[in-house]
Ligand binder design. Structure first.
Ligand code: ATP
Ligand code: MG
Length: 450
């Protein structure tokens, strides 16, 4: 009798994992090629396992590898505590206040190594909206799987046996392109409303659908986003814009009514064909960079996102007789203030974004001497890239934009002098110019991550 009670108790304890425990899938089922897994993440798992701990590659990397995408960052989950992990590696530091984890550093790659956590289900640790305030209980592997957000994010890859441990049918969901929350959707969104934004991002990024029960509460609970700290929202917004499917993501954000807590101009920009075209054009280029594994600069992305609203205001102010530069300074202040009422753009990005914009006023009317000073400006290259977008959108003359691109690509001051001289006297060099325009562009890093 007692034995049975204990048995029932234990089986209840592991209810989330099903009576037979998790699925263990081999390479032919999950399809991950070990050579594509971060060598450093494998190393961290090896060292931990050699010391008798459990350790798995987890999260985004496993998901993206199964989905055939290039993973961005690398996480390891283990049953070793941070204090146990740190001494095992030459360069490792404990970070985090609320929940400690270890950054194991290999050159430029950081493997974020966290200890299995348990979901904390006691009410005292949530606020009036159900938001989790504390999340710092260590746990076992099944607990850790249960507290993760979506089934496709709760996969544990053991690089030594090449097995994926799957408690929630995440591999099947991933293969069927379904974003499914673990547990009750409303509760999980109340605990952490950012999960709604993540659902949209993974759906757009993986070309997946959000499963019905996972989808149902989103519009109803969208207002909870307003309670999330700005810094987290900002990070999530950057992830949305650089997930490789930016416009898709923005559209879904809008369809779920989540945009108004992040981007006050978005609804108009998506609706207005001329604004939408500009976003599609610009984000197609940055998405391509993301898919090639290249960086994208947040200031450039914000310059794109807010350009058309700012430009409209700039044109209005210019018509009142304000000089172009002043009109743009005022327009950019007004637009960023309106954005800031919802979610402020962090200062470091805002400054660069503004510089990219302000340089636009100079391309058409600058004199030759000032050109040399423009070239020195740190955002010159980004501003020239931005000018190409405007040319592609027929806002400015494409020959003029190409001349600036040639200048930005010129690799010596002689080459620059020649181009500037040609600009001063276009009649004599028209043939040279047209020959050059036919040449393919040397280099364009439209959204360079500098
Ligand atoms: P990416 O790095 O592409 O944004 P990711 O899934 O790796 O995607 P991270 O923020 O790096 O996202 O988180 C790593 C893992 O931690 C996730 O895969 C998920 O398992 C878990 N996780 C992250 N955020 C949450 C959350 N808000 N709620 C529950 N689990 C989360
Ligand atoms: Mg990640």
């Amino acid at each position: 009798m007692l034995k049975q009670t204990i048995k029932t108790f234990v089986s209840r304890l592991f209810a989330g994992s099903g009576p037979k425990g998790p699925a263990r899938l081999g390479p032919e089922q999950h399809g991950i090629k070990r050579r594509l897994v971060s060598h450093h993440a494998i190393k961290v798992c090896e060292v931990l396992q050699q010391h008798g701990y459990e350790a798995y590659v987890v999260g985004g990397e496993v998901r993206d590898l199964i989905a055939g995408l290039e993973p961005k960052d690398f996480d390891v989950a283990t049953n070793a505590t941070p204090e146990e992990v740190r001494p095992l590696f030459r360069r490792a530091r404990i970070i985090g206040r609320r929940f400690k984890l270890v950054h194991v550093v290999f050159g430029r790659e950081i493997i974020e190594t966290s200890t299995f956590r348990a979901p904390d289900e006691s009410d005292s640790r949530t606020d009036a909206h159900g938001r989790i305030l504390r999340d710092n209980q260590y746990g076992e592997l099944p607990d850790d799987a249960k507290r993760r957000d979506f089934t496709l994010n709760a996969l544990y890859y053991d690089p030594l046996t090449e097995t994926v441990i799957d408690y929630h049918h995440g591999v099947a969901d991933l293969q069927n392109r379904i974003v499914r929350i673990i547990g009750d959707a409303e509760t999980r969104y109340r605990e952490d409303p950012v999960r709604m934004l993540r659902a949209v991002r993974f759906a757009a990024k993986l070309d997946a659908t959000i499963e019905t029960a996972t989808h149902e509460p989103i519009q109803r609970l969208a207002h909870l986003i307003a309670h999330v700290p700005e810094s987290r929202l900002f990070d999530e917004l950057l992830k949305l814009l650089s997930c490789g499917q930016a416009v898709n993501c923005l559209q879904q954000l809008h369809d779920e009514q989540l945009h108004s807590y992040l981007l006050p101009f978005l609804a108009h920009s998506l609706r207005e064909p001329s604004e939408r075209t500009f976003l599609e054009l610009a984000f197609a280029r940055s998405d391509a960079r993301v898919r090639q594994g290249l960086g994208v600069s947040p200031s450039f992305l914000f310059a794109v996102l807010l350009w058309k609203p700012m430009r409209q205001r700039w044109l209005e102010l210019s018509k009142t007789g304000l000089p172009s530069l002043e009109a743009m300074m005022q327009a950019s202040d007004e637009i960023t203030q309106q954005q800031a009422q919802v979610l402020p753009i962090q200062r470091r990005f805002y400054t660069d974004m503004r510089e990219i914009w302000l340089l636009q006023t100079r391309f058409e009317r600058v004199n030759n001497r000032a050109i040399w000073r423009m070239i020195e400006q740190p955002r010159f290259r980004a501003a020239v890239d931005f000018l190409q977008l405007r040319a592609a959108d027929k806002e400015v003359d494409s020959v003029m934009a190409q001349w600036w691109m040639d200048l930005a690509n010129a690799d010596s001051s002689e080459a620059r002098s020649a181009l500037i001289a040609e600009r001063a006297n276009p009649q004599t060099t028209r043939n040279t110019r047209s020959r050059r325009r036919r040449r393919p562009r040397q280099r364009s890093n439209a959204t360079s991550s500098d």
